[in-house]
Ligand binder design. Structure first.
Ligand code: F6R
Length: 235
């Protein structure tokens, strides 16, 4: 696993944005795996700037997001659908027919997981996966566990994750406890992976990069990937 240390959010955005831009240029029909949260924000900002300068065209790109909260409709301001529209999609020329997130409001979440896996298969898997990391080492919402998850599933968020996520909610009681998340298998099958992390994640990044490979630290699986790069802010 390659570790790149950068000084600040702007540099993180530029480094990761450059990798994404190069990949999109080389492969206009690329499938990008996308995260939400605060860590990837500078990357989306960088990609928007590149789009505004005419340096990148997203019209043929497919995107597949890692996760969505169960119980939140796409219109909810804390849903990941809403985040993606606000943060990225509405600022670039992605084709809405090619942007995908799990439906957190699906009547049957298990059936939704199956549908999402079929979609991943139909797209031929992820070419370039962008990731954040939780304080407990989760990637997507694959929480520490006894075994690595395989495919998309309904996950119960740990208390710590619910607490961390509550910073975005006005009412902490309204933070969902369940989510639909793509599994470790499909993340690991991505041809290229970039994980971005702020300075506050340096301890867990160190454990994920240098520690044992264990489902107790889901991001440690990335040590087994051929082409995984971690971009960490270390001011
Ligand atoms: C969200 C996701 C999560 C986040 C992680 C870090 O789509 O996949 O794994 O990347 O919880 O969140 P932030 O960046 O907000 O600290």
């Amino acid at each position: 696993m390659k570790l790149i240390k950068v000084k600040n959010k702007k540099e993180l955005g530029e480094r990761a944005g450059a990798i994404v831009a190069e990949a999109v240029k080389a492969m206009p029909y690329i499938v990008l795996g996308l995260p939400t949260g605060s860590s990837p924000m500078p990357v989306y900002e960088d990609l928007i700037l590149r789009y505004q300068k005419g340096d990148i065209d997203f019209s043929r790109v497919s995107t597949i997001n890692l996760d969505e909260y169960i119980g939140l409709p796409a219109t909810h301001t804390q849903s990941y659908h809403y985040y993606m529209d606000e943060t990225f999609f509405s600022h670039v020329n992605t084709d809405p027919a090619r942007t995908h997130l799990p439906d957190g409001a699906a009547e049957d979440p298990e059936a939704e997981c199956k549908k999402y896996d079929e979609l991943i298969d139909k797209l031929g898997g992820v070419d370039l996966q962008l990731l954040g990391i939780g304080y407990n080492g989760h990637i997507g919402f694959n929480e520490p566990s006894d075994s690595f998850s395989k495919r998309t599933s309904v996950v119960r968020l740990t208390e710590d994750t619910v607490k961390a996520n509550s910073r975005f909610f006005d009412d902490a009681a309204g933070v969902p406890e369940y989510a639909i998340s793509m599994g470790i298998r499909d993340i690991m099958l991505a041809r290229k992976i970039i994980l971005v992390a702020g300075e506050e994640k340096k301890d867990i990044v160190d454990i994920a990069v240098n520690g044992d490979i264990t489902p107790r630290v889901p991001a440690s699986a990335l040590q087994l990937h051929r082409d995984a790069t971690v971009i960490l802010i270390q001011g």
